[in-house]
Design a protein around this ligand. Sequence first.
Ligand code: C5J
Length: 235
Amino acid sequence: MPSVTVEAEPAPLSVDLDRSALVIIDMQRDFLETGGFGEALGNDVSRLQAVVAPCRVILNSARALNMLVIHTREGHRPDLSDAPALKVKRGDPKTRIGAVGPMGRILVRGEAGHDIIPELYPINGEPVIDKPGKGAFYQTDLELMLRNRCIDTLFVCGVTTEVCVNTTVREANDRGFRCIVLSDCCASYFPEFHDAGLAMIKAQGGIFGSVAESRSLVDTLTALSVRSAKRFATQ
Ligand code: C5J
């Protein structure tokens, strides 16, 4: 695949698509669906649901080009042995991690609520990173997978902008991976935190990474898949 220019802030970037991956953070039923952990905490989940459609579009574009797609899920072992006590004991006991909710035990691996929403469900060959923390690099093999595939650029989508997306982008930046956060494919329960989360990433010349809207990237990827399909058809 050729290099393409991505219209990002603070500046356009030249990106080698062969060394890029789409990383979709924590698009889990517990965060997005009615009856999940997010809603139990009093949040308006419709804000997160609003980015499912744009995430699906970029996911389909990446799949059409055979770009590496990685999904993450935040959650813990059923015995909670990988969850710090501080995290488990936080908040109302009825809505704590491990408590029983309408979609099973909250943020526990193997429970319905922990899984990825059907609209963005991983297909064969797309790694799923189960992470015990907010950042996708913390106590996971994500870095190893990216280095083994010579990936240097991550297009980042998911929820929530200021928590797991921001933490992952900061971890990636410290490890030398360039992140381009797709602003319309990320969401927060708090619009002001979403805006601040993106502003912090792209400030000071892109101190943690870059921010772009998905539309022009989708157009670029679509044009490339059409071109490669035509080339294939004429061979
Ligand atoms: C949170 C996340 N907000 N995926 N997790 O607890 O952002």
